[in-house]
Design a protein around this ligand. Structure first.
Ligand code: FES
Ligand SMILES: [Fe+2]
Length: 300
């Protein structure tokens, strides 16, 4: 599901991921009921066959099944595969998928966490990912400390469709259950974090501790419908390379579950992009910048 539109996802003969509107042009049957055979998608109802580009190649009910009328096509959407994620767009995408060198660098280990399906609009899930004022209250002991809830001043810069900000804060220690942060070679006890929020729903986050150890988060929220989204979160690091993936996966499952109950309770389900709708204080500068930029780019 993308923006309320059901899609069928499959792989053609070359192994390429394809995304079609999940509707057969013949009688409106969901193509996702069908099967993939010989590199083609075969409708479950009358067996019409579709190629990766959407063209129908055969109509078995015709004496000559290859005499396919030109209107017999599936609506094929642009699709790309990168970082282990299949990306589909309902229109030709105006911008490329953000480049994150670490995710394609053999010296880094990338862990795929989630997916995280939440009952809210993608904007709420993304805004929660940008929000660090809640760490002390929603993730005490894991990402923050209720006795150190003050948010130090920080700058937000908006470059076109990218909202950027950075801050440093006292590091939260590793817990025994989740030793996910770099514990060695720290030059300072400050965790330095830089965010790039690519409108509307993708975030690249770089974390370091002043030394060579680095942690990169890549988060994208799939806008399923007005009240549903799915978060995909990749976590890459260049330390603790032997650590099994399930440590970070279990950590993120815990963190996202703590966020989910809070965010699904928010009303309205979608971020209200009118700045008068909620109460913003100076430390909410990211939320304000996100709302302004979303409006400016027509995503509100
Ligand atoms: S509805 Fe798909 S082949 Fe008839
Ligand atoms: Fe959170």
């Amino acid at each position: 599901m993308l923006l309320g539109e059901p899609l069928v996802l499959w792989r053609d003969a070359s192994g390429a991921a394809r995304a079609f509107r999940d509707v057969c042009v013949h009688r409106g049957t969901a193509l996702s009921l069908g099967r993939v055979e010989g590199g083609e998608l075969v409708c479950a109802y009358h067996g019409w066959r579709y190629r990766g580009d959407g063209a129908c190649t055969a109509i078995p009910q015709l004496a000559d099944p290859a005499r396919v009328p030109p209107r017999a096509r599936a609506a094929a959407y642009p699709t790309r595969e990168r970082y282990g994620i299949v990306w589909a767009a309902l229109e030709p995408p105006p911008r490329p998928i953000p480049d994150v060198a670490e995710l394609e660098d053999a010296a880094w280990r990338t862990v795929s966490t989630g997916p995280f399906p939440w009952a809210c609009d993608a904007s709420r899930q993304v805004e929660n990912f940008t929000d660090f004022g809640h760490f002390a209250f929603v993730h005490p002991g894991l990402l923050g400390d209720p006795d150190h809830a003050v948010v130090a001043p920080y700058e937000v810069r908006t470059d076109g469709h990218v909202v950027r900000y950075a801050y440093g804060r006292p590091d939260a220690p590793n817990t025994e259950a989740f030793p996910v942060f770099a514990a060695h070679e720290r030059k300072e006890a400050t965790r330095r974090t830089g965010y790039a929020l690519h409108l509307p729903y993708t975030i690249v986050e770089h974390i370091d501790w002043g030394g060579a150890d680095g942690l990169v988060y890549f988060f994208a929220s799939q806008p399923v419908a007005a009240d549903a989204c799915v978060g995909y979160c990749l976590v890459a690091r260049n330390y603790n390379l032997e650590q099994p993936d399930d440590v970070i996966q279990a950590f993120e499952r815990t963190i996202f579950a703590q966020d989910q109950r809070v965010v699904e309770s928010q009303r309205p389900e979608r971020v209200p992009f009118d700045l008068a709708a909620e109460l913003h204080l100076t430390f909410d500068a990211v939320a304000v910048a996100y709302r302004r930029a979303m409006r400016a780019h027509g995503f509100a």
